[in-house]
Design a binder for this molecule. Sequence first.
Ligand SMILES: Cc1ncc(COP(=O)(O)O)c(C=O)c1O
Length: 394
Amino acid sequence: MSDTAGTSSIDVRALRRAEFPWADETGAVYLNCASTGPLPERARRAIFEHLARACNPNHEFYEEHREIPAQARRRCAELIGALPDEIALGFNTTYGLNLAATALPLERGERVLLLDGDFPANVYPWLNLERRGVQVEFVACDERGLPNQEAALDRLARGDVRVFSISAVSFSNGYRLDLDAISRECQRHGTYLVVDGIQALGVVPIDVSATRIDILATGGQKWLLSPQGSGFAYVRRDLIDRLDPVAVGWLGFKASQDYGDLCSYALDPLESAARFELGSLAFASLHALNHSLSLLLELGVPSIERHVRAVQQPLIDWVAARGDLEWVSELSHERRSGILAFRAPEPDRLGARLRSAGLTVSIRQGAVRVSVHAFNCREEIEKLISVLEAALEA
Ligand SMILES: Cc1ncc(COP(=O)(O)O)c(C=O)c1O
């Protein structure tokens, strides 16, 4: 086993028993958090209790509807090394990416740089600005079809890029960008750095106190093990005042904080990034997000990452030993994430075979994409390998 395998400090048996009981009860193998992550038991209980309370309208929701978002801002901030005041709660990744695209100071003729092959959520909000005369330019993938970070750094060095918007981890191949190097280059040239964090957060550490990012956007529905409809944007403190959002919500203004006196309409936004929130939030989803984040913070993202690498290793060794399959993912320590993708003949047929054997992966861009999270164990990867062996022989 190579030295990148590492060891896991997560007691995965106990974790599965307490938080993911279906995994052992059903024997189903879920290797697909890059599509949708399962809720841990604590989040399931919390959302059910919340919804049960919501069924009885004779209940005072005022405090709950203040405390849930406040706790969510604290926990999201803790996850990424931010301040709670730098968090705006939203509904998905698209919310934060549109905030970036519509509120950053971007003039006609100025340039946005993107990476070819990125997920469309991080493309359309920028292409939509072309109507206003903003220029959108793509950095082509490298010869293996991976994000070409070196070419992007060279392009940034020309000094005429106003915004660089990237996914920290690529959805299709798991390529993890060097955010530190990119951030340094962006700072050198006054380029705003926008990061889509949805394929990283929860499994790959991102610390905005160490790596300067201007705006980070994520949904909670993948590696954060949270419901659809949960998500947040981080906005760097110094930028909050300089953003000019197209859409505003009534709760983003100081005059709306006292429900007894709502009609002064004073156009004075909150000091914090909560000024970018768009009215009433998805409280049930955020309540569950709070519980999922408590689990991830308890486990610690660096421990989850070590665990994921240890669980991935048998798959890496197996592909190397066979010699007839081709990695799409870059396997080096620095560029690896929770996603591994490899090319195999007839990927759709393989995907169907795996599904009928009770294993869930996904097929993306013609490759088998395997996502490993904290609740997965090596035995599951061994089962994946044996089903793949049989399917490839057939
Ligand atoms: C990189 C990336 N960004 C965004 C999304 C989803 O965006 P949203 O949360 O807005 O649905 C996905 C996957 O669904 C993704 O892989």
